[in-house]
Every structure is written in structure tokens, then in C-alpha cells.
Ligand binder design. Sequence first.
Ligand code: G3H
Ligand code: ZN
Length: 282
Amino acid sequence: MPLVPTAELVDRARAAGGGVAAFNVITLEHAEAIAAGAEAAGVPAILQVSENAVRFHGGLVAIAAAARSVAQASSAELSLHLDHVVSEGLLKAAQHTGFSSVMFDASKLPYGENVKATAAAVRWGHARGIWVEAELGRVGGKAGEAPLDAHAPGVRTDPVEASTYVAETGVDALAVAVGSTHAMVERTAALDHGLIARLRDAVPVPLVLHGSSGVPDEEIARAVAAGMVKINVGTALNTAFTGAVRDWLDANPAGVDPRKYLVPAREGMAGTVERFLRVVAG
Ligand code: G3H
Ligand code: ZN
């Protein structure tokens, strides 16, 4: 099926009062598992490639081509999104590689600089039909950094500031800090549902939840019901992948053919994708 623009998937989910899940692609098997999980659940999904994954592959071209080919060969509705983009060079590489959306991450910058850099990214993206997400507040635990205290002052997104930020930058979606943290391997995060509702009322654009691997199903369902639309999941796929590989190697210590353990790894990730999609789609 042809790629579907991320904007269309997000708008459609929002209009239906539901959400759409976005999954991180690191290897070809991740992309195949996301497509398989979406086909099994019968709902759309977003394949997202982060700047970290691009760095791991030594550039965007090969992993983008793999994700794009898998998506186009799938019977599910899938879009391609570039995630946590910090460098301007990568932002601009979105253009001819099939990505219809980008998350431009200036969240580490002071507020004024974040606004300036993000507004420029939005102007560039909108001139080329690219949907732009940005982050205000700090969802910690990115790229191996120590997790932030999600309850510390200044970490959570302030609704008044969020409203001004969206107006000043023109972003299409806003990633908010509401209690989740990146890279959690246990699903124990508690979201601030009151804050989600205040943010939903304060900003006109869809909200994005990062670090969803650590959020229990019921919390995700409540967040979607309260107005969170794009739900980003990464680590849960890696937990499934690595667990399956570890189990296979433990049981077959002399095995050397990677296909033997990548099959259960891919199946494990596809099952994880399907489960998240069913929760997010409602
Ligand atoms: O942008 C990607 C997500 O926020 C993934 O976070 O790996 O904690 O699920 P996660
Ligand atoms: Zn994230």
C-alpha cells in the first residue's frame, strides 16, 4: 500500500477520539514487525526512525529505504516519521526519503531558543508539506541519559507556556512531559491525567506521549481518552527482541545462524506492536 502521510493518520485518530501508535525502527526486523503487528490488529501505525538510529546506521539512506520498502509492501496503512531530530542536516534529509513528518527536538534549549529553532524548522517543513512535532517540557531518559525525576519542578509541561509555544512556533503536534520517561523496561509510570486534560484544553494541536513503553495499558487508554493522540513506543520492542534472542541462545548455545533467533525476535516484536495498537486504537 502507498505510504500514508502522518498528518492524515493523526487527524483521523483524533477525529475518532482515539490515538495512533508510533514505533521506533532500529533494524529491518523492527520495520517488518511493525507492519506485521499493524496488519494483525487491522489498524494504521507510524514507523519512526530516530536520530540515534540514523547515527547507529551511519546515515539515513539505508534504514529509510528499508522502512519505506517494508511499509509500501504492507497491506496496513503506515506512515514514516523522523524522530527526535536535533541536527538541521537530518531535518532536511526528511524531504526526499519518504518521511511525511518530523519531530524536531529542541527541548534541551532554553525556552526562547527552543521557540526560535522550532519555528524555523516548522517554516522549513511547512514549505515542503512536512508535518512537524516538537517538545516542550522534558521527557527524560533520552539516548542513555539518566532518567529525569518526572515529578521535579520545571520538568512537566506548563499549559500556559504550551499555549504560547504552539502559537509562537506553529507546530502541528506537541510532545508533552506528563509523567512518562524514555527507556523504561517496566511498565510502572503513572501519568498526570489532570495535566493531560489541562494541556488538551490549552493547545489546539494533538498531544504526543513519549516514553510509552513504561506506561501501563490502562494509563495509556486513559491518556488517549483524555486527548493524547500520538503514542510513541520504542523500548518495548527492544525488550521483546532481546528477550527472544536471549532465550533462543540460552537454549541453543552452539547455534550461529541469525535467522534462527531473529524469527522469534521479530515475532515477539510483532506481538508487542499488536498489543499496543489495540490499546491505543481503543
Ligand atoms: O520517541 C520515542 C519514544 O518516546 C519511545 O520511548 O522507548 O520509552 O518507549 P520508549
Ligand atoms: Zn521520545
